[in-house]
Structures are given as C-alpha cells and as structure tokens.
Ligand binder design. Structure first.
Ligand code: HEC
Length: 112
C-alpha cells in the first residue's frame, strides 16, 4: 500500500491540491472537503467516476450544499486513479485500505 500512497500523493499535488487543499479540507462553500467526507468510504465507485469524468451540480456534504464544477481527468490511467484514491482514502481521518488498479477497472463500468 505504501507505494500506492506515495505515488498517489504526488498525483494529488499535481491534480487536486490546488482546489481541495493539501489537508483535504476544501475551500469554504466552493470546494467540498475530502477529509470528513463519508462518500469516500461508502461509495468508491462514485469517487473514481468523479476523478475521471468530473462533476457538476448540487451536492450536499455534511449538511453543506456545493454547486460547483470539477473538471475531469480523462488522461489519468486506472493505476493513477487507484493511487490517488489510495492516498485520499488513507489520509486525514480516512482509512479505506488500498484501492487497486483492477478495482478501478471494474468500478469504471458504473460511470455514466
Ligand atoms: C478546479 C478545482 C478542482 C480540482 C482540480 C479537483 N476538484 Fe474535486 N471537486 C471540485 C468541486 C467544485 C467539487 C464539487 C462539484 C459539485 O458541486 O458538483 C468537487 C468534488 C469532488 C468529489 C466529490 C465529493 C463527494 O462527496 O461526492 C471528490 C471525491 C473529489 N472532488 C476529488 C478530487 C480529486 C481526487 C481530485 C484530483 C484528481 C480533484 N477532486 C480535483 C473541484 C475540484
């Protein structure tokens, strides 16, 4: 898992940190937090789809409504998405364990 997490941190700093912040806290009412976000533990498939294809529209996290737009990252490979998810999913208070590239490959079928 260590290798995935280390790679994932580098990718997070490149692709996510400027919005979601280094501590995963997000930005006020504009950017949702990735720390204290139960979707990360409860719906991995949704998270991988958001990372790849982006997200817009209303979203309620911890009682706060976000209505922003996150760009997709269609250039990321399944392995890179797995590494990012392993980093995010095991940082701050999250602990979902390793997310493998094969998990992402399977989960991607659920994106629409
Ligand atoms: C340009 C700013 C920006 C970047 C870069 C960005 N995000 Fe987002 N992200 C957002 C916004 C805004 C939302 C909420 C969208 C909405 O309101 O529908 C969001 C939503 C999310 C969600 C959904 C949360 C939930 O509970 O459903 C996750 C997970 C997420 N981002 C992870 C990431 C990861 C991982 C990266 C890096 C690969 C990333 N984001 C890059 C702005 C960004």
């Amino acid at each position: 898992m260590r290798q995935y997490k280390v790679q994932g941190e580098g990718l997070y700093l490149m692709h996510c940190d400027n919005c979601h912040q280094a501590d995963g806290s997000g930005l006020g009412r504009l950017i949702p937090p990735l720390s204290e976000n139960t979707t990360i533990a409860n719906n991995r498939n949704q998270i991988m789809c958001v990372i790849k294809y982006g997200l817009e529209g209303s979203l309620i996290i911890n009682g706060v409504e976000y209505n922003g737009k996150m760009p997709g990252n269609t250039e990321l490979t399944n392995l890179e998405i797995a590494e990012i998810m392993t980093f995010v999913g095991n940082s701050w208070e999250n602990s979902i364990g390793i997310v493998l590239s094969s998990d992402v490959e399977k989960g991607m079928d659920s994106c629409h």
